[in-house]
Every structure is written in C-alpha cells, then in structure tokens.
Design a protein around this ligand. Structure first.
Ligand SMILES: Nc1nc2c(ncn2[C@@H]2O[C@H](COP(=O)(O)OP(=O)(O)OP(=O)(O)O)[C@@H](O)[C@H]2O)c(=O)[nH]1
Ligand SMILES: [Mg+2]
Length: 359
C-alpha cells in the first residue's frame, strides 16, 4: 500500500483569535477523516495584539503537529506566506486563510486532485465553473476582476489557472520558490511566474463570508499588488528598459557631438549604444538569461535583437503610413499607434525568438 502523503498547511494570521482555535480543530478533523493524518500546520503570526499566537501556542502544546512562527516587528501577509512555505518539508504545502473563507472541506480535495493529476500546483479557484464568491460588494468584485485582468494581460504564466490571484492553493515539493518574496499578498502569482513549466490544476470552490473578526487588507495592498505585477511582468520590464534607453541614446549622442563628431556618426552611435544597453538589461533582467550556450549564442541573440528592433521600427512606419493613406488618420496619431504596435512586435519577437529558451 502506498503511504498517504505528508501535508503542510501554512496559515498566515493577524488578529484571528476568534477563528484560530475552531480552524485548527476543524482542519485536524477533516484531514484525519480523509486519510491525511500525517500533516503539520504552520501558523505564521505577526505578533497579533489580540494574542492569536498565544492560542496557537496552547494548541501546539496539545498537538505537536501544530507549529507557531511568531514574527515580532514584521508585518505582511505575502512575506508571512513565503516564510511559512520555506519551513515546510512535506510532499505538499497548502496556503489558506484563518477566517473560514476557505472552506476546510476543500483542503483534502486539493491533495486528492494533486495526486490524481500529478499536478505541481493546485489552485482553489473562485472563477472556475462551479466556483463563486459569497457576500462581496459590487466594488470588491470589480477590484478583484481588475486584478485578474491585469495578471492575465501582463503575466503570461498566470493564464494556466482561472484564479491566479487566489490565496488558497497547493504546491508540490520541488516547486521553485526562487525569487518569490511575497512583496504583495498575491504570492500564487509569483509562484506561477517562477515555475513556467509546472502543471497547474484548478479546483472550483465557493469563497465564503469571513466568520469572525475584520479584514486586514486595504488600499495599500492594492498598490503593492500593482507594483508586484509590473515587476513580475516581462512586458512591463521590457517597456521600462526601453525607456531607459532614451537617455543613453541622447547622452552618447550629446557626448560625441561635444567632442566634435559628425552628426550622422553621433546619431548612429547613440542608437547603437541604446540598443546595446537595452540588450544587456534584457539579458540580465527581463529574461534573466543564464548565459547558457557561450559567446556564440550571446552574439546571435545580440544580432537577433537588432532584427527585432528593426521589425518594431518597420511596424511603426507601416502603421502610420497605412492609417494615414487608407483611413486618413492624422499622421501623429498614426505614429502613436505605430509606437504601440511596434513595441508589441519587438517584445513578441524578442520573447518568442531571441530569448526563446531563456526561461
Ligand atoms: N501574518 C500575517 N497575516 C496576515 C496579515 N494580514 C492579513 N493576514 C492574514 O491573512 C489572511 C487573509 O487576510 P484577510 O484580512 O482575511 O483578507 P481578505 O480575506 O482578502 O479580506 P476579508 O474578505 O475581509 O476577510 C487572514 O488569515 C489574515 O489573518 C499580516 O500582515 N501578517
Ligand atoms: Mg479573509
């Protein structure tokens, strides 16, 4: 008979004293009844003023499978989750909230689905058919759908699940947490981006009303999320680096002009300097290329990147020309549309061809 897998549940808490005892008891019951008695529960509490950590300590004295990580002087849901995951050594780690919004009965289902599909990541999903959300205001639904749309647009790896911003998910041992730092509370999104090859499966569920206590999330968390999505997104990095190329281009040109170089030489050198600058930063940051394949392939990527830049510029011109000639659009507007389309062409060619095997 195969042994049942070891499961580690990570529960971040802040002022959840009214919920935590019931949650720990309920989890114990549901896991044991479904044959997953070999578990540990790691509660990561940020020194809650209501004494949540004390309640956990009492529980862990009764049941050694319950463990407390009490962080003093630190606050943050994302970093608490990452800290908890880092302490799990089980076959499967599950992250869930303490306020009963994530129904306990779904926890064993996540493990069962992981086993059945040999999945690396199982997402408890509110947005899959059969899943839903109870008790949210119209505004909160809109904000959540906005966050989802942003993730789908900017982080390609997020499209493997219906709910990449879920706070309720399972990761199999071996899934990489490299670079995952919990800068915002949507840790799943970071994990998906760090593991493009991982097999992802969804389990629909109904997100319930908070049982007791109050929400800890606010406007600041939305801003943190925006920053995080932008920093994970390769497209956003690509655009940002493109912008930094402008001062390099102009700076080199100005320097050469001041040294008395002819205008054409100064301009072309400025252009080449910015392309070289962008290329280097794309290697190091956008695509985090590990410099596999030696000098020859780095050179071919450099040449390939030039082609991709040229294709972007040609797209710019062709867009302006066709908008102007065929539709009579103002040439400046056409040029602006060309800049957007040209950027996309450059990005897609760079990602799809030049740095294809980089990640
Ligand atoms: N360790 C730690 N846990 C936190 C922190 N902020 C929130 N949590 C916990 O993270 C989980 C999710 O936080 P909630 O406030 O419930 O967020 P939410 O579910 O989006 O909001 P509600 O729907 O209003 O409950 C809960 O278990 C919280 O106790 C924090 O700064 N540190
Ligand atoms: Mg909650």
């Amino acid at each position: 008979m195969t042994r049942s897998p070891r499961v580690c549940i990570v529960i971040p808490t802040y002022n959840e004293v009214e919920n935590i005892r019931g949650l720990l008891g309920g989890l114990r019951e549901v896991l044991e009844s479904r044959g997953f008695g070999d578990f540990e529960i790691i509660v990561v509490d940020d020194d809650s003023p209501d004494g949540t950590w004390r309640a956990v300590l009492e529980e862990s004295a009764r049941d050694s499978r319950v463990k407390l990580v009490r962080r003093v002087g630190v606050r943050g849901l994302g970093s608490a989750i990452v800290e908890g995951l880092g302490r799990c050594s089980s076959d499967y780690s599950i992250v869930m909230d303490a306020d009963f919004q994530h129904p306990l009965g779904v926890v064993p289902r996540l493990v069962e689905e992981a086993l059945r599909n040999n999945a690396d990541i199982v997402v408890a999903s509110r947005y899959s058919p059969g899943g839903s959300i109870r008790g949210w205001s119209f505004l909160r639904r809109i904000v959540s759908l906005g966050a989802l749309a942003l993730a789908y647009t900017l982080v390609g790896e997020s499209r493997r699940t219906r709910d990449p911003i879920s706070g309720f998910f399972l990761v199999k041992k071996g899934v990489s947490l490299e670079g995952v730092n919990g800068a915002s509370y949507k840790v799943l999104l970071e994990i998906l981006a760090a593991n493009p090859q991982a097999k992802v499966v969804d389990v629909p569920y109904v997100f319930e009303r908070r049982l007791k206590g109050s929400s800890k999330l606010g406007f600041r968390d939305t801003i943190d999320y925006l920053i995080q999505v932008l920093s994970i997104s390769r497209m956003a990095r690509f655009a940002l680096i493109g912008l930094t190329g402008i001062p390099v281009n102009l700076g080199v040109m100005a320097l050469l002009l001041s040294l008395g170089a002819p205008v054409d030489i100064a301009s072309l050198t400025g252009i080449e300097a910015s392309v070289a600058w962008n290329y280097t930063l794309h290697e190091l940051w956008t695509f985090k290329y590990k410099f596999r394949g030696g000098f020859a392939s780095a050179t071919s990527r450099y040449v390939g990147y030039h082609m991709s830049v040229l294709a972007g510029l040609a797209t710019q011109y062709a867009t302006m020309r066709s908008f102007y000639t065929l539709l009579g659009v103002n040439p400046l507007l056409g040029q602006l549309a060309g800049i957007v389309l040209g950027f996309l062409v450059n990005f897609l060619l760079s990602r799809g061809l030049v740095w294809r095997r980089a990640y």
